[in-house]
Design a binder for this molecule. Structure first.
Ligand code: NAD
Length: 482
């Protein structure tokens, strides 16, 4: 495959230093291609291009920008299969998942914000003989920094509203999954988006990401990634009074109440636990179950987890591929060992040596889905983000205890509640300290709704009007009526 390159001012180029990194297929251990190991110099060039393009792009009408978003959605739709294949190769996720989630949602992000923009109206308020007009201006040049778990899905979730509101962009995808961002740059060039509006700089976080956050003329940063990186981003950006949106880690609870219809919900609970090998920030990695149904639940859940088909991500029948890398595999395995040290019992799965996956390359980062029980809900394994196919089971005696257990982490991204009684689920959901709660469903996303977390899961919300607010500055213009 051709090398991945930076995309700056409408042209593809290597890092100014000429240095490169490798991107590896986690299912085989093979190097797919190289990407630029860029530095602050490349960020400077990209930012200069973005600022140069800024006033012309900001002067385009909302209608024109909506047309660009539709063109982007159309182009990505044409490339749906290519995108799914690139994403699967770069991340080790099953091709079926890459099609259904990553490729489809990347199209949907552009389509959604195009249609949402069509409905957008700026409010006016009349009082004291004057009319107040709320005017939105673009921030200018914004920095978009994204992780590896849903590479194009999360990048386009930021690119679409940033463009819609008239901003120009310097983006940095994860160094572990650069292929689809590079493809997006190809699409931008193919459809003729004005040069400098979208710029992409590849490389390492502390080198490229940090340079974006530090750049004084990048006035807004939308970051999705881990909480520890988010702290660095916040500490860097806060004294510069930049607009920042932080979408960070999670340790989400899946709460199964005593009246939950176990037969009906088991497939959804397995999906909520193990989609993308548990590498979705919204996955429920702690399953809290009413003690009166715990044993029944446990038997059914473990049986359903055993049906997951682990193997070659290119096979249509595979339902779980690899984790992102060998390094990450080792991190997840260290948590499985920690869970056992903390008193947990492995019900299914285990480390790759204890529970090897058959007929896969030894260099592949495969792990079987692992379920542990018997841990305190305050154990490290049950409170720290593992971000892999590992779930802990816990039982509770009443709803108050379930709420206390669910809220007993530093994270507060999402949670789900499962019950026969939707009112009961709704009431329970209001007691969870999280930004998102699903009742009898999971990853059910209406893109108009606020998305984001509380506590160490982030600051701010994205989605619908919240994204439009983030990617614009408001000026209230108060006009005295004659
Ligand atoms: P990460 O924090 O290691 O990296 C995220 C991005 O930040 C990458 O592009 C990385 O290169 C860059 N980066 C690293 N150091 C930086 C620095 N000093 N300054 C600026 N950028 C820097 O996260 P990851 O391992 O790629 O992704 C996994 C994490 O992302 C998990 O914690 C997961 O929960 C979280 N996540 C959150 C959401 C959400 O919406 N809340 C969605 C997906 C993933």
């Amino acid at each position: 495959m051709d090398p991945v390159l930076n995309y700056i001012d409408g042209a593809f180029m290597a890092a100014q230093s000429g240095e490169t990194l490798n991107t590896v297929n986690p299912a085989t251990g093979d190097v797919i291609t190289t990407l630029p190991r860029s530095s602050s110099k490349d960020v400077e060039t990209a930012t200069t291009a973005a600022l140069r393009a800024s006033s012309k792009w900001a002067a385009t009408s909302m209608v024109e920008r909506i047309q660009w978003l539709h063109r982007l959605a159309d182009a990505l739709e044409e490339d749906h299969e290519t995108i799914a294949r690139l994403e699967s190769m770069d991340t080790g996720k099953p091709i079926s998942l890459a099609r259904r989630v990553d490729a489809s949602r990347s199209v949907a992000n552009f389509r959604f914000f195009a249609e949402f923009g069509e409905q957008h109206e700026e409010p006016t308020f009349s009082d004291h003989g004057a009319v107040n007009h709320v005017h939105r201006s673009p921030i200018g040049c914004v920095g978009l920094i994204t992780p590896w778990n849903l590479p194009l899905y999360l990048l386009t979730w930021k690119v679409a509203p940033a463009l819609l509101m008239g901003n120009t962009i310097v983006a940095k995808p994860s160094e572990l999954s650069p292929l689809t961002a590079h493809h997006l740059a190809n699409v931008m060039q193919r459809i003729g988006l004005p040069k400098g509006v979208f710029n992409l700089v590849h490389g390492l976080g502390p080198e490229v990401g940090q340079a974006i956050v530090e750049h004084p003329q990048i006035r807004g940063i939308s970051f999705t990634g881990g909480t520890s990186t988010g702290k660095i981003v916040a500490a860097t950006a806060a004294p510069m009074f930049k607009k920042i949106s932080l979408e960070l880690g999670g340790k989400n609870a899946t709460v199964v109440l005593d009246d939950a219809p176990l037969d009906e919900i088991m497939d959804d609970l397995v999906r909520a636990s193990f989609t993308n090998s548990g590498q979705v920030c919204l996955c429920g990695s702690r399953v809290l179950v009413d003690s009166s149904i715990y044993e029944d639940f446990k038997g059914r859940f473990v049986k359903a987890v055993g049906k997951i088909v682990i193997g070659d991500p290119t096979e249509e029948s595979t339902t779980m591929g690899t984790v992102i890398s060998k390094d990450h595999q080792q991190k997840v395995e260290s948590y499985i060992r920690l869970g056992v040290e903390e008193g947990g019992k492995v019900l299914i799965g285990g480390t790759s040596s204890e529970a090897p996956v058959d007929n896969v390359p030894s260099e592949g980062a495969f792990l079987r889905p692992t379920v542990l029980e018997g841990l305190s809900h305050t154990a490290r394994t049950a409170t720290e983000e593992i971000f892999g196919p590992v779930v802990t089971l816990h039982s509770f005696d009443n709803e108050d205890e379930a709420v206390a257990m669910a809220n007993a982490t530093e994270y507060g991204l999402a949670g789900s509640v499962w019950t026969n009684d939707t009112q009961r689920g709704h009431a329970f959901g209001q007691r969870l300290d999280t930004g998102i709660v699903w009742v009898n469903t999971w990853l059910n996303r209406d893109l108009r709704t606020p998305f984001g977390g509380v506590k160490q899961s982030g600051v701010g919300r994205e989605g619908g009007a919240w994204s439009l607010n983030f990617f614009s500055e408001l000026t209230n213009i108060c006009v005295l009526q004659p």
